[in-house]
Design a binder for this molecule. Structure first.
Ligand SMILES: NC(=O)c1ccc[n+]([C@@H]2O[C@H](COP(=O)([O-])OP(=O)(O)OC[C@H]3O[C@@H](n4cnc5c(N)ncnc54)[C@H](O)[C@@H]3O)[C@@H](O)[C@H]2O)c1
Length: 251
């Protein structure tokens, strides 16, 4: 019960890595709000967690909309009783393509979903985190923010910004609130479809993984979740301003 009664908001956690993190948070005793724009998946997840006895609610949000983000934080605080101990941001968007053909609107959407959203959620959640116990923010980055690849310029630039945002925020909010980011490598979720199409199919990705990832496979969402648990818990009370790489050795 490493997150026993920690009041936690997980944004973009209806599917994929966020969903497995929500399951891990519930198993560790957290009081949870799961927010996402995918209402069906979010509500299904919450029903499953509630059935296992976890205190858990779903709140709808489109993180690209400032009014919705503000309302999500207000509703979360009503559910959790006015303070937050942990905030995790997972929402992400990826398009692939070479830079000279890349639609400017796609560049903007990637930055709006991946970077601006973390700013907005943070902006409205920080007052409640200041009232929390050993408060921590954990933001989803990617090794794409540390090492670029063909067709990934917009996504890589956005994740580089996520890492820099968390680092600056860690300094700004210290010593009260710890801020870290997590940088996974290739994790097996449908999120990577655009990148796999750009690589011309899953066989190419498999070949890349075999030759470039020392552990010779993609990771799974439940291999990332424990890092979010650690960075959200008091066990990491002396860790701030980091991005933690979890990539099977790729970097
Ligand atoms: N899968 C990987 O290989 C990998 C590697 C490194 C980092 N990441 C990052 O992990 C995060 C989660 O990715 P995933 O692989 O679990 O994919 P996913 O598509 O399952 O998860 C993304 C979640 O964000 C939500 N979301 C997207 N846009 C939203 C919006 N505008 N408002 C509210 N919610 C929104 C989706 O509904 C979904 O629940 C992303 O930030 C991604 O960049 C993934």
């Amino acid at each position: 019960m490493r997150l026993k009664e920690r009041r936690s908001l997980l944004v973009g956690a209806a599917t994929g890595i966020g969903r497995d993190t929500a399951r891990a948070f519930a198993a560790e005793g957290a009081q949870l709000v799961i927010a996402d724009r995918n209402d069906e998946a979010g509500r299904n997840l919450v029903q499953q967690l509630q059935a296992s006895g976890a205190p858990c609610e779903f709140v709808h949000v489109d993180v690209t909309d400032e009014t919705e983000v503000r309302a999500m934080v207000d509703t979360t605080l009503e559910v959790l009783g006015g303070a937050l101990d942990t905030l995790c941001n997972f929402a992400g968007l990826q398009y692939s393509g070479v830079v000279e053909d890349f639609a400017t609107e796609r560049w903007d959407s990637i930055f709006t979903t991946n970077v601006r959203s973390q700013f907005l959620v943070t902006k409205y959640a920080v007052p409640a985190l200041r009232l929390g116990t050993n408060p921590a923010i954990v933001n989803m980055a990617s090794i794409a923010g540390l090492r670029g690849g063909p067709g990934m310029t917009a996504y890589s630039a956005s994740k580089g910004a996520v890492i820099a945002f968390a680092r600056a925020l860690a300094n700004e909010l210290a010593p009260t609130i710890r801020v870290n980011s997590v940088s996974p490598g290739w994790i097996d979720t449908p999120f990577n479809k655009a990148a796999i199409d750009f690589m011309q199919g899953p066989e190419r990705l498999e070949d890349f993984v075999q030759h470039n990832v020392p552990l010779q496979r993609q990771g799974t969402p439940n291999e990332i979740a424990p890092l979010f648990v650690y960075l959200s818990s008091v066990e990491s009370s002396y860790v701030t301003g980091q991005t933690i790489v979890i990539d099977g050795g790729l970097l």
